[in-house]
Design a protein around this ligand. Structure first.
Ligand code: GAR
Length: 216
């Protein structure tokens, strides 16, 4: 089966993007990262992508002002030009229009630094600490119009320690992110993920082994 052509969308340092690029170098990985697209020309991840010989593109949201639809259309054109099969949002900090999301339905993944549906939005690690959560983590899910919602493909958990700060907790969650995003993309690119009643099944069953990463 031909490898799926993947675009990674970033806004910043791109460590999840880098994890996807590294994973995709493995022989037999079912996807190749062919494009890294950023809404910011100074996103650190763009250099990492270029150093790996991956084509980059910048669609600057500021040029479009409040016209989100025009920004999304511009991105869509770039994705079409590169014959993209799957889109991975990796620290891409723009809200997407329902129209754009619909065009990539079941073909666009996002990683969120919390165990959804808990702690949608920003500052997830501090909010988990403030809530006294004992378990925290990260989620890879299909993107739907509602922010930080959508069928969950994979989750990874970490135990929260009593001496954790936002920084230490974020660092442990990030390590989990770097494991689950490549694993989730592999599952999707291999065609092993099906949607039943808006829930993801792996290999047609609810067996959790492939879709969870639990604390050590
Ligand atoms: C990651 O922790 C990702 O989960 C988060 O931004 C960070 C990007 O880091 N995404 C969101 O908060 C999306 N709402 P990275 O650029 O090093 O991958």
């Amino acid at each position: 089966m031909a490898k799926k052509r993947v675009a990674v969308l970033i806004s910043g340092r791109g460590s999840n993007m880098a994890a996807l690029i590294e994973a995709a170098k493995a022989p037999g990985y079912p996807a190749e990262i062919v494009l890294v697209l950023s809404n910011k020309a100074d996103a650190g991840g763009l250099d990492t992508a270029r150093n790996n010989g991956i084509e980059t593109a910048v669609v600057d949201h500021k040029i479009y002002g409040k016209d989100r639809a025009a920004f999304d259309r511009a991105m869509h054109q770039v994705l079409l030009a590169h014959k993209i099969d799957l889109v991975c949002l990796a620290g891409f900090m723009r809200l997407l229009t329902p129209e754009f999301v619909g065009l990539w339905s079941e073909r666009m993944l996002n990683i969120h630094p919390a165990l959804l549906p808990a702690f949608k939005g920003l500052d997830t690690h501090q909010r988990a600490l403030d809530a006294g959560a004992k378990v925290h983590g990260a989620t890879v899910h299909f993107v739907v119009p509602e922010m930080d919602a959508g069928p969950i493909i994979m989750q990874g958990a970490v135990a929260v320690r009593s001496d954790d700060t936002e920084t230490t907790l974020a660092a442990r969650v990030l390590k989990v992110e770097h494991r689950i995003y490549p694993a989730a993309l592999r599952l999707v690119a291999d065609g092993r993920v099906t949607l039943v009643d808006d829930r993801c099944l792996i290999d047609g069953s609810a067996v959790p082994d492939a879709s969870t990463l639990t604390p050590e």
